[in-house]
Structure formats: C-alpha cells, structure tokens
Design a protein around this ligand. Structure first.
Ligand SMILES: *Cc1c(COP(=O)(O)O)cnc(C)c1O
Length: 239
C-alpha cells in the first residue's frame, strides 16, 4: 500500500465512522446515506485510489479540472456528480461525463442541459441547488435558486427530455438567517424536499453536509453527503 493510499484509507474509515455514528444517533439505517467524495483539486490518481477503496460516487466543481479526470478514470465504476456553478457554455462538456448535476439553479441551464443530454443520448440526473440565503435577486451568492423558485424549476426539469429530476441540494449558508445554523438550514431543506415530493415523488435525493457539518445533515435527513477535505486533506488551493 502506498503512503497516499494508506492516508486516504484511514481518512475514509474515519468519515465512514462519523456517518455510521450520525445515522445511529438519528435512528437511521446506514444505507440511507450515500457518501460522495468531492475530488476537486486532487489528481486522477486519488480518484483511482478511492475507487479501489470502494467509493462509488465522486464530485467535481470545475469542468476544466473534471473533464480530463473523468476521461482518465473512464474505466472505473464511478458516478460523477457536478456540484459547481455551471455556465451554459460548459454544459456540453459536463454532460459528457456527469451522471448528476447537483447545481441546477435556473431555467437557461435546464434548457442547455436538456439539449445536450438529448444530443449525447444520455439521461442526466438533476438536483436543484437551493440558496437558503437568497436575497431579493432570488439567487444565492454561490448560486442556487430561492425556495420560492423551486416549484417552477422542478416542473421545467421534469418536463425536459434527457433530464431526470432527482431532488434538492444545498450548501449551508455563510450569510443570512441560517449563517452558522447548519441544523436549521438542513431542516429547512428537508421541508422543501417534502414539498417537492408531493408533486414529484421520485425526486427524493437530499444532498447536504460537507466535512464540517455532515452530522447535522444526517440528523436532518440528508440522503447524500459531499465530503472532500475529511477524506483527501486540506485543499492546496481554493476550489
Ligand atoms: C468543495 C465542496 C464540498 C466539500 O467540501 P469539504 O468541506 O471539503 O468537505 C461539498 N460541496 C460542494 C458544493 C463543494 O464545492
């Protein structure tokens, strides 16, 4: 075992323990929560190690980094999630490797994703990114649709060829009424998910929680946690 493999294996085991403990504390089954490892800024060799250690879901937030990594790792049994703010001019590339886009937050993006998914003959899973700190503009500082915009955007995704509406995603806000209140923020996301599932019962994914707050997300009911730093280490640069 290389040093890097041993390091990642140890980190992964710690994260697994945290998820298991959080599930136990919440009276949830461990299988109800899926770990997605956020591999942004880390090389394809780390993705390969993760795959060898049993990880099945990885996430990236920049197409420039993700696209070549996905090509290098095309032989691995991985689902790729795109979790970053997405410009429409990158959509063709992203649809080439992403099984899910978790950062769907506006109709123009839905239209572009649908067009490219159809063109590529693929079905792309979509999570609506919810901005719990959305201001009057109706958009979050780091992307995301305001809660009031979920219903309309969900209907648009559900009616778009090539796309599948899978659920909701959020990043705990740094500003606004939920700043520093992860548990409350994730609880609000769960309520929004309940509302969404009335019209779209299959859209039951709830993606919330990162290295620092995965316990709060599991306690609230998240089905997917997105963990980078706790598995791969502190990132060498902003990403
Ligand atoms: C980077 C990132 C994560 C992982 O964050 P960590 O704190 O490193 O676990 C999760 N979600 C999104 C959207 C990210 O960009």
């Amino acid at each position: 075992m290389t040093d890097r493999r041993a390091e990642i294996a140890a980190n992964l085991a710690k994260v697994e323990e945290r998820i298991a403990a959080a599930c136990a504390a919440a009276g949830r089954k461990r299988e109800e929560v899926t770990l997605i490892v956020v591999t942004k800024t880390y090389p394809a060799s780390d993705v390969r190690i993760l795959s060898g250690l049993g990880v099945r879901h990885v996430a990236e937030n920049r197409d420039q980094d993700a696209a070549p990594k996905a090509v290098e790792c095309a032989d691995l049994p991985l689902s790729w999630h795109f979790v970053g703010q997405l410009q429409t001019n990158k959509v063709r590339s992203v649809v080439g490797y992403a099984d899910l886009v978790q950062s769907v937050d506006r109709s123009k993006l839905v239209e572009a994703l649908s067009k490219e998914a159809v063109r590529a003959g693929r079905e792309v899973g979509c999570l609506l990114q919810v901005a719990l700190d959305a201001g009057a503009s109706g958009r979050g500082e780091r992307g995301g649709v305001a809660p009031g915009g979920i219903e309309e955007l969900a209907d648009l995704v559900a009616g778009s060829p090539g796309l599948r509406l899978d659920g909701l995603m959020t990043v705990a806000p740094l500003t606004g009424e939920y700043a520093g209140r992860q548990r409350a923020a994730f609880g609000r996301l769960m309520d929004l998910s309940t509302g969404l599932r009335r019209a779209h019962p299959a859209a039951n994914m709830v993606s919330a929680g990162m290295s620092a707050d995965l316990e709060e997300a599991v306690a609230a009911g998240a089905t997917h946690v997105r963990v980078g730093t706790a598995v791969l280490g502190v990132r060498p640069r902003l990403g």
